[in-house]
Design a protein around this ligand. Structure first.
Ligand code: NAP
Length: 255
């Protein structure tokens, strides 16, 4: 049975991945890695099969990855609104002191990759974001964090690590039902540069979680990096994605 560590397990997408894996306990043993005991208890109703720690701590990661064959990285820096914006003004964002993209999306992800290599993890699935080819992407100016650039650097590091990888760069994440849409894969931010007709560059978090889980066992998802969006639900001539091999077959290995 595949033993899997999911980091960012209390995050909005990470928690979906953990919950979905928990329903497939014949095939997978899932361990969740979170920062807060209370948050784990609140989301999952139990703390069994969870480890509490920080991705900046090698010690915490070593303990969490013990005996695992696969690592799913769903940690990310999260910008916070700087107070309530004045009327007519745009909200401003900032990152907590120890939660900047450089610290979380670069040092934290690098740390996870280094420890994974040390303990013999065979496959890492990393969920990131589209937009990393454009240094002037508006997300980079949020809190002066250059978030997409640090995420991209971690992706490059993972590819160079020698561990099998699957890098999923999602479009804008939606909290909408999953399993009802046709998913589209791309590369080099082609969806952002020339969006397909009538298709927003977004995807439900649950569909990202389903893609992560399908990638655990699909040979065509190994050593691949791709952008991921979805057609809207009931989009004309669309076909709900069920054939994961067919989807992954269209992806490529380069960044
Ligand atoms: P999220 O809810 O913001 O979750 C991030 C997780 O990282 C949280 O669980 C957080 O822990 C954890 N974390 C942060 N710093 C940590 C540390 N030092 N040690 C341990 N854990 C730490 O994520 P999401 O919105 O589901 O997004 C998933 C991924 O998709 C991210 O990489 C995101 O950038 C990317 N993405 C997002 C969008 C979008 O529209 N938002 C679009 C495309 C791609 P806590 O739970 O304790 O806070």
């Amino acid at each position: 049975m595949l033993k899997i560590l999911v980091t960012g397990a209390t995050g909005r997408t990470g928690s979906l991945v953990v919950k979905k894996l928990q329903t497939q306990s014949n095939d997978f043993q899932v361990i969740g890695f979170g920062r807060s005991h209370e948050k784990v208890q609140q989301i999952f109703g139990t703390t069994k099969d969870f480890l509490i720690g920080d991705i900046l701590s090698e010690n915490d990661l070593e303990k969490a990855m013990e005996g695992c064959q696969t690592l799913i990285i769903l940690t990310s820096a999260t910008p916070q609104m700087k107070g309530i914006p004045q009327e007519g003004k745009r909200p401003e964002f900032e990152f907590p002191d120890h939660g900047t993209p450089e610290i979380v999306d670069w040092q934290g992800q690098k740390n996870q990759i280094d420890i994974a290599k040390e303990v013999g993890i065979k496959h890492i699935i990393l969920v990131g974001s589209m937009g990393g080819t454009n240094p002037n992407h508006p997300l980079n100016s949020l809190g002066n964090g250059n978030i997409l650039l640090w995420k991209r650097k971690a992706e490059e590091y993972l590819i160079g690590s020698g561990i099998d990888y699957t890098i999923i760069r999602a479009g804008g994440l939606l909290d909408k039902p999953d399993g009802r849409r046709e998913l589209l894969v791309g590369k080099d931010d082609n969806f952002l540069n020339s969006p397909p007709d009538g298709v927003p560059t977004s995807i439900p978090r649950g569909d990202v979680a389903n893609t992560v889980i399908a990638a655990l066992t699909a040979p065509n998802a190994r050593n691949k990096a791709f952008d991921l969006i979805s057609k809207p639900e009931d989009f004309p001539h669309s076909e709900i994605t069920k054939d994961w091999d067919k989807l992954f077959y269209q992806t490529t290995s380069s960044l």
